[in-house]
Design a binder for this molecule. Structure first.
Ligand code: FCB
Length: 451
């Protein structure tokens, strides 16, 4: 593999609070929507919950030692909103202190903290008031962001508002596969809008009190939609899918407009009255970086609507079939392994939005089913091929500043529970023993060779 990444390119790993911390009742933490959802029978594979996860809340020093040995210069993690504001409003000092200890220890190790404010764990109290259906949640999020930023702005420079608003809205409020488990069809469109509004309000609030060195960004999942044939119908289906998953977010953020096709796709179904004058300007607040999470491409064919009655359609019932996977290698989750999709995602954004801020690959990784063993050579191939794709995109002119592997540790993989293991480090959930895999040593040696 060539080593020609731009100077200063960052190498990191990513985690998120709910997926690794455990300790869901410690130090005044309030319940989040994922605690509530996990208690619903059948919601999570195996009946798994946020306990014990990797018990990172108690074992974070050991995990920072693993980061140190790995040799990463950057670490992407998230702050648990219900540790900071257990009821969505009142500040909990013990939660703030936890993250201060973590970040100060990172700084001592000369590892740059990339802090994400929202990686899906909404305080349950705010869900009880309407959650992301409600415009008020956007304001609550801005208040929370301003609080954390005020407390940690002396030690954190990289501030990410949201991780992947698409699944928050669509899986959470449209389909019910994720917390809060709402199957409200087009309710997902309002949730998506309020997430974007919350992002914009949070950036505004943090910028008003920021130091010049602070950087603000958002993380979006990017799955390019590829038509399975060159027919006009499949191309149109791919465009619809792309509008829902990507342009619903990237057009307001970076294009200064709502995605043109979105309202037309839901004409007569959703009235979009949740869009208020001035929202677009708030959402489009200039950013310092865009984080791209890339796992797979979506292969799309035109399909009849499952529900002939528009009023009965879910937000994803847009006449596309995303199950038509080509004959390519798959990961243990069934996701096609297509590193070229990462090039398409990065180059596509670069070409579509002039003035786009610099990008990072903020997540990329894989699982292989039933292979929780330590000799994870398939993961090494996966990472190596995707890093090469990132390099190709950078060489093609994309302003790419870093790459974060998902994930440092095995963790709670949302509705899949603990059965899928994304870690460079194996976690024995019974003993909490950490054991680095072959991929950990490979990534360590790879990073060392870049310096
Ligand atoms: C992403 C999420 C992350 C993790 C990976 C596998 O969509 O951001 O938390 O679950 O998928």
């Amino acid at each position: 593999m060539t080593t020609s990444f731009p100077p200063g390119f960052r190498w990191g790993v990513a985690t998120s609070a709910f997926q690794i911390e455990g300790a869901i009742r410690s130090d005044g933490r309030g319940p989040s929507i994922w605690d509530t959802f996990a208690a619903v029978p059948g919601a999570i594979a195996g009946g798994d919950t946020g306990e014990p996860a990797a018990d990172h809340y108690h074992r974070w020093r050991a995990d920072l030692a693993l980061l140190g040995d790995l040799g990463v210069d950057s670490y992407r993690f998230s702050v648990s909103w219900p540790r900071i504001q257990p009821d969505g409003r009142r500040a909990e000092r013990r939660g703030l202190d936890f993250y201060r200890r973590l970040v100060e220890a990172l700084r001592e190790q000369e590892i740059e903290p990339f802090l994400t404010l929202y990686h899906w764990d909404l305080p349950q109290a705010l869900e009880d008031d309407g959650g992301w259906r409600s415009r008020d949640t956007a304001s609550r999020f801005a208040d929370y962001a301003a609080l954390v930023h005020e407390e940690l702005g002396d030690v954190v420079d990289h501030w990410t508002t949201l991780n992947e608003p698409y699944p928050c809205a669509v899986a959470g409020y449209g389909e019910g596969r994720h917390a809060p488990g709402a199957r409200e069809g087009h309710g997902a469109l309002a949730a998506a809008h309020h997430l974007l509004l919350g992002h914009g309000l949070a950036v505004r609030a943090m910028r008003s009190q920021a130091l010049p060195r602070h950087q603000f960004g958002i993380v979006l999942n990017q799955s390019p939609a590829i038509p399975v044939t060159d027919s006009a119908a499949d191309a149109a289906a791919a465009a619809r899918q792309d509008t829902l998953l990507r342009r619903q977010f990237t057009d307001p953020l970076f294009g200064g407009r709502y995605a043109p096709g979105l309202a037309a796709m839901f004409d007569g179904v959703s009235d979009f009255s949740f869009r208020h004058d001035g929202d677009l300007q708030t959402i489009a607040a200039p950013l310092d970086y865009l984080g791209v999470n890339y796992y797979y491409r979506l292969h799309v064919a035109d399909a009849p609507h499952r529900e002939p009655d528009p009023a009965q359609r879910t937000v994803t019932d847009i006449g596309v079939d995303t199950t038509r996977l080509p004959d390519v290698p798959r990961t243990g989750m069934g996701w096609p392994v297509e590193p070229e999709g990462l090039i398409e995602a990065l180059v596509g954004l670069h070409n579509r939005y002039p003035g786009l801020p610099p990008m990072y690959v903020t997540e990329n990784g894989c699982v292989y089913a039933d292979r929780s063993d330590l000799a994870d050579y398939e993961r090494i191939s996966f990472l190596s091929e995707h890093i090469e794709a990132a390099r190709t995109a950078a060489a093609a002119g994309v302003d790419l500043r870093g790459y974060f592997c998902w994930s440092l540790l095995d963790n709670f993989e949302w509705a899949h529970g603990y059965q899928h293991r994304f870690g460079l480090v194996h976690v024995d959930y019974a003993t909490q023993q950490r054991t680095p895999r072959a991929s950990y040593r490979w990534y360590r040696d790879f990073i060392a060779a870049q310096r």
